[in-house]
Design a protein around this ligand. Structure first.
Ligand SMILES: [Zn+2]
Length: 480
């Protein structure tokens, strides 16, 4: 019997236990995660974890109460129902906002992430063997003092039923990978990596030939860094590759636009935002060429889905359109509370957490510029690749980022490699210094499974599909 059928089997218990509620819903969450790691040709980690449970939501007098359990029996479900009902009554005593059942619209459908080759093709041990082989190859280089490879394979199924007829199911197959080599020459130590890349993917993401090709490039580039000059310290133009720009978007566009931050919910833990409710519709976040979307429909991005965890159908929406701030990253509850426009982004990290405002896929729409246009138009600049470090204040305003790998650009031509490239700025001036948005040829899908937020903490997967972009007159510095 499938788990789907099991959830349906619980409907009589739910109907009876939650009789008298204005609305109820149940979300089942089932996830298997494999962690594989190799270091210097040796096995370093080989673990599998499994998580399975349900969250019951009950609405009484406009208040939602939650009850979660991983005891998937009639008794367990009934206790979760009683807890949800009791919590809904209790929350009426310190009410923040009165909702109605329209915050849980009826939704019916199925979603399955796209892939070329099923993950089942990766027989147990095969991934480990490939990671050991890849790191052995990198570690064989005379300058490499440590080579590591990391893969996380996640299969998640979410099933949902509600009293108003919702009945949906979503299945996600995701792979996150990274390869890294640290090399030393005299007093100089440098690191080059693939950059953490998470996507909805199948077995095609872990082809041996591709892993070996990527590790050859990493070793070649770490050698370049060992003999490279330090990045200059001066105001200059800067071209950022998608493997750095995705984190820049995440930290300085994604987080400050979260409506629960703007409402103050996250102030104690994840921080607040420099964006205020009055900024929507008027704040010039960037020039006309900056278009930022919430796009749950791009195949392969880590947070592509059909419904958010409140069952609200997910559609592509502009957050920033022609440079002007339009919508926040807030699900239906935050939209009602704030009166601001939002997106279908309420998600829970597992069965034992309520859905909160999360980033989903936050993308920069491709522009018109080719890589060649961006380089040729640069008199004095630097091209930076792959994030190495980052820091941003609680309001998501002032920041500093460091990258692994840089190229100097002089008079429209790429010159030598530079090591330790960094830059600093503040969010709105930075995005307004954007001069070129790369075209589709520069557009890449990146993502991370490690966006943290919420109390109790919820670590969740986010996607960022990003073109290469150019910024003018940025404070660039070397060292560190
Ligand atoms: Zn984050």
């Amino acid at each position: 019997m499938t788990m789907r059928a099991n959830l349906h089997d619980f409907r009589p218990i739910l109907s009876k236990a939650l009789d008298g509620c204005d609305w109820w819903g149940i979300r089942e969450y089932r996830e298997t995660t494999q962690f594989r790691m190799a270091r210097n040709g040796q096995n370093a980690k080989n673990e599998t974890s499994f998580d399975h449970g349900v969250m019951v939501e009950a609405m009484v007098a406009g208040k939602i109460g939650y009850g979660a359990t991983n005891e998937l029996t009639s008794d367990g479900i009934e206790r979760a129902c009683q807890k949800a009902k009791t919590n809904a009554h209790l929350s009426a005593l310190s009410s923040l906002f009165t909702f109605d059942p329209s915050i849980r619209p009826k939704a019916v459908g199925n979603y399955h992430s796209k892939f070329e080759k099923p993950l089942e093709e990766l027989a147990p041990g095969l991934v480990q063997e490939r990671l050991m082989k890849t790191t052995k190859m990198m570690a064989a280089d005379e300058a490499v003092i440590e080579a590591s490879a990391y893969v996380m394979i996640t299969e998640t199924q979410i099933n949902y039923l509600s009293s108003n007829g919702s009945d949906w199911s979503q299945t996600f197959h995701m792979v996150t990978k990274d390869l890294s080599a640290t090399a030393k020459k005299g007093e100089i130590t440098q690191n080059r990596s693939l950059g953490m890349q998470g996507r909805q993917w199948g077995a095609e993401s872990l082809e041996e030939s591709q892993l070996l090709k990527e590790s050859e490039r990493i070793v070649r580039e770490v050698h370049q860094l060992l003999v490279a000059d330090d990045c200059p310290t001066e105001k200059m133009d800067m071209i950022l590759s998608p493997d750095q720009l995705y984190l820049q978007v995440h930290e300085s566009i994604g987080h400050p636009l979260e409506l629960d931050r703007i409402l103050g919910d996250e102030r104690n833990y994840a921080g607040w935002s420099f964006v205020g409710p009055e900024d929507f519709g008027s704040l010039r976040y960037g020039p006309d060429i900056l278009n930022v979307t919430f796009d749950p429909g791009l195949p392969g991005e880590m947070a592509s889905y059909q419904f958010d965890d409140n069952g609200v159908p997910a559609t592509k929406e502009f957050l920033i359109e022609n440079g002007i701030l339009k919508n926040g990253i807030g699900g239906i509850e935050s939209q009602k509370r704030s009166g601001l426009g939002g997106v279908s982004c309420a998600r829970a990290t597992s069965w034992n957490r309520p859905a909160i405002d999360r980033m989903g896929n936050i993308n920069i729409e491709p522009g018109e510029s080719s890589m060649d246009d961006m380089i040729k138009s640069t008199e004095n600049g630097v091209l930076m690749q792959t994030n190495r470090s980052w820091s941003i204040d609680d309001y998501r305003n002032k920041f500093q980022f460091g990258c692994e790998y840089g190229h100097l650009i002089k008079d429209g031509e790429i010159k030598g490699v530079v090591k330790n490239p960094n830059y600093r700025s503040s969010t709105v001036p930075f995005w307004n210094s954007l001069s070129h948005v790369g075209n589709g040829e520069t557009f890449e899908i990146w993502g991370s499974p490690y966006c943290g937020k919420g109390e109790p903490n919820q670590v969740i997967r986010v996607g960022h599909a990003i073109p290469t972009c150019k910024f003018e007159n940025i404070e660039v510095f070397g060292g560190a």
